[in-house]
Design a protein around this ligand. Structure first.
Ligand SMILES: *Cc1c(COP(=O)(O)O)cnc(C)c1O
Length: 397
């Protein structure tokens, strides 16, 4: 059965969505956008490939761009900004993608939607399915984090954990594709080759960021990366804004991966082409949202990095933990490990002299720490005392 949203070549290529940019330019201008009342994804409706009337009312996006002065001071960069994506309806940026992907399923009159995900994209699709009346099946890894698992269950998705049995392959993706082929379900994972519509949602991070910066761009954007789909959306949005004459320059794009799953970063640092990317055999890291063994959208991510003069960074587990703590203690921003890797990468590039104290830097903080608090903290760390002032005094001394 041919599926209208997959590439006919059957080679896992992404169908890039192209708009009539001359027509878009008629209404997509600074003054028109600034006057708009809707915020979030649908504020930029001309560059979203679904009719708004199919949208869920959950209100994704419209996240703040925080000037992180205390964290910036500690790291040594004055203009450090956090795009705080923890504030989305299900607490990750994946809501921007799933808002579009799920609305498209409604527009196409599909009832069964299916996803392969380490957790965030799945809980997001489950929420949008609940909101729009779709039936959602989610394939997740064996060790899915508790916060994500409980969201999935409570939003009412059918959730199955799947074992990894073969090196370098994501078993959840294999199973999802079988349901698409054999059962005709609508695939909506957060990777481009399986659903080209959802990629368009995260583009709005860039539209918002540029608007929040007074129609200018930073010197660097740090992007937590697994499949490379977020980086692909960032790149596409930058190209679109430049094509429409709304920005003049590109920020340098910097995808960030954990060292236990860095196939895309390795390829970028070694100057390799996308075709030469080797999947990671057994990905491992506390950054559970970044464990795709293969960067499905790496082609566009690599193009974005090379064209913008960016680079890529791999960070160690200790550096990730440290970044989570610094974000929380210095800025009051609570991120899951995957969401905090950008901060670790800023520190690394400052040490290497790639970043300068005078650069303007935006770090995407992609998901909330409430998703998997057990990774960083445990109640065993909290002292337990008798209800007596003397006990407190003993503790304080
Ligand atoms: C999915 C995810 C990412 C990375 O997105 P990709 O598009 O797979 O590269 C980053 N951070 C978090 C928290 C995620 O869940």
């Amino acid at each position: 059965m041919s599926n209208p949203i997959l590439c006919r070549n059957n080679d896992n290529g992404r169908l890039d969505i192209v708009y009539d940019y001359d027509r878009v330019a008629e209404s997509f201008s600074k003054s028109s956008i600034e006057k708009r009342v809707p915020r979030g994804v649908w504020r930029y409706w001309e560059l979203i490939p679904v009719d708004q009337r199919y949208a869920s009312p959950l209100c994704e996006g419209n996240t703040p761009l925080l000037h992180a002065q205390r964290l910036g001071g500690e790291l040594g960069v004055r203009r450090l900004f956090l795009k705080d994506e923890t504030r989305n309806p299900t607490a990750s940026f994946k809501d921007r993608a799933m808002a579009v992907g799920a609305a498209k399923a409604v527009e196409m009159d599909r009832k069964d939607v299916v996803i392969a995900s380490s957790g965030n994209a799945a809980s997001s699709l489950a929420a949008y399915s609940a909101s729009l009346g779709l039936r959602c099946t989610a394939f997740v890894p064996e060790d899915v984090a508790m916060g994500k698992a409980s969201q999935l269950l409570l939003y009412g998705a059918r959730v199955l954990r799947v074992k990894q049995v073969e090196e370098g392959r994501d078993p959840t993706v294999d199973l999802m594709m079988q349901t698409v082929k054999e059962l005709g379900w609508y695939p909506c994972p957060s990777f481009g080759p399986f659903n080209p519509y959802q990629v368009e949602g995260p583009k709005t991070i860039v539209y918002e960021m540029v608007e929040q910066m007074g129609w200018s761009v930073p010197d660097f954007v740090f992007i937590p990366t697994g499949s490379g789909c977020l980086a692909t959306g960032i790149w596409k949005a930058l190209k679109e804004l430049r094509l429409l004459g709304l920005i003049e320059n590109y920020p340098k794009m910097v995808p960030v991966q954990p060292s236990g799953n860095m196939s895309l970063v390795r390829a970028i640092l070694q100057g390799k082409s996308f075709e030469e990317v080797e999947p990671e055999k057994w990905p491992k890291s506390i950054a559970s949202g970044l464990l795709d063994p293969y960067p499905w959208d790496g082609d566009a991510a690599i193009e974005g990095v090379r064209t913008t003069g960016g680079t890529a960074v791999a960070v160690e587990e200790e550096e990730i933990r440290d970044a989570v703590k610094k974000l929380a203690r210095l800025e009051g921003v609570f991120a899951e490990p995957s969401g905090a890797v950008g901060v670790a990468a800023v520190q690394k590039l400052l040490e290497q002299g790639v970043l300068d104290a005078s650069d303007t830097v935006v770090v995407l903080v992609t998901a909330s720490g409430l998703k998997e608090p057990e990774k960083i903290a445990s109640t065993a760390e909290l002292p337990l005392i008798q209800p007596a002032l003397s006990e407190l005094m003993r503790y304080l001394s």
